[in-house]
Design a protein around this ligand. Structure first.
Ligand code: MG
Ligand code: MG
Length: 265
């Protein structure tokens, strides 16, 4: 069942998503060679709580941390640990918060200085695919229009593999609501988009084969061929006037520009 949001609820969802964006910006400022995922995770939790929020992922179905930190061939749902980041690491950071009873959910991928150009290109393509999907978030379109736009760009116009096993989702008072938002599909198919719908769109795109596997920790999803994977996510409201992006990656990009340890995409 889809829960349609009022204008007031959309503003609350925006506040939650801005807190997520600012938390990701805080993380972007901390990333450096030699720091661990656990330290980043603790800093993110403190930042969220200092701003009146509660980590949205911690405890969700038993997930043990504030952030999902997925490096290199890890696609999503990586658990922050004592791994020391090196200049060769690619890192996807996914963050959720609860603020005023509503969830925010957004993700961004970062490259340390030695990550090769072919991965930079994968990052640019994944990010552009996210925005191509968002452009389809207008009343009267269908979920399949979003799915097709993302898949076509990644798999037809570019040589990458779209992950099928994990999808975007509705978001509101629950982290995962209807409808599902696959990153693959057909134009004109699936639930119709209506004003008041709020969805998280999150392409997960692999440099190589699209297939994934489950890690031994029961959470982490990895590529089967061990090649890198990239993830970007925005929470987006469908409005009468068109799409309305509730999270805001510009906070992250400002923070990245001031951090010489990570490559600016
Ligand atoms: Mg997320
Ligand atoms: Mg999500």
């Amino acid at each position: 069942m889809v829960f349609y949001k009022t204008d007031e609820e959309i503003e609350l969802l925006r506040e939650s998503n801005i807190l997520v964006s600012k938390t990701l910006a805080h993380v972007a400022g901390l990333l450096k060679v030699g720091i661990t995922g656990k330290i980043i995770d603790k800093a993110a939790e403190e930042f969220i709580r200092d701003h009146g929020g509660v980590p949205g992922f911690k405890g969700y179905r038993g997930f043990p941390a504030t952030l999902c930190l997925s490096k290199n061939s890890e696609v999503v749902h990586g658990i922050p640990d004592d791994h020391v980041f090196t200049e060769n690491d690619l890192l996807s950071v996914d963050c959720g918060v609860i603020l005023n009873g509503f969830y925010g959910d957004s993700a961004y991928s970062f490259a340390f200085k030695n990550v090769p150009e072919e991965v930079h290109e994968l990052m640019r393509v994944t990010k552009k695919a996210l925005y191509l999907g968002i452009e389809k978030c207008v009343p009267g379109n269908r979920i399949g229009d979003i799915s097709f736009a993302i898949q076509h760009f990644c798999e037809r116009e570019n040589p990458y593999g779209i992950v099928r096993e994990l999808v975007g989702h509705g978001i509101g008072r629950n982290l995962h609501e209807d409808p599902e938002v696959p990153n693959f599909g057909q134009k004109g198919k699936g639930p119709m988009l209506k004003s008041g719908m709020v969805i998280a769109i999150e392409p997960m795109v692999n440099l190589g084969d699209r297939r994934v596997k489950q890690g031994n920790d029961g959470w982490t999803i990895l590529t089967r061929d061990s090649k890198p994977s990239v993830h970007f996510e925005h929470s987006v409201a469908v409005r009468d006037f068109g799409y309305d992006i509730l999270s805001d990656h510009s906070y992250i990009e400002i923070s990245m520009k001031n951090n010489s340890e990570i490559h600016f995409i």
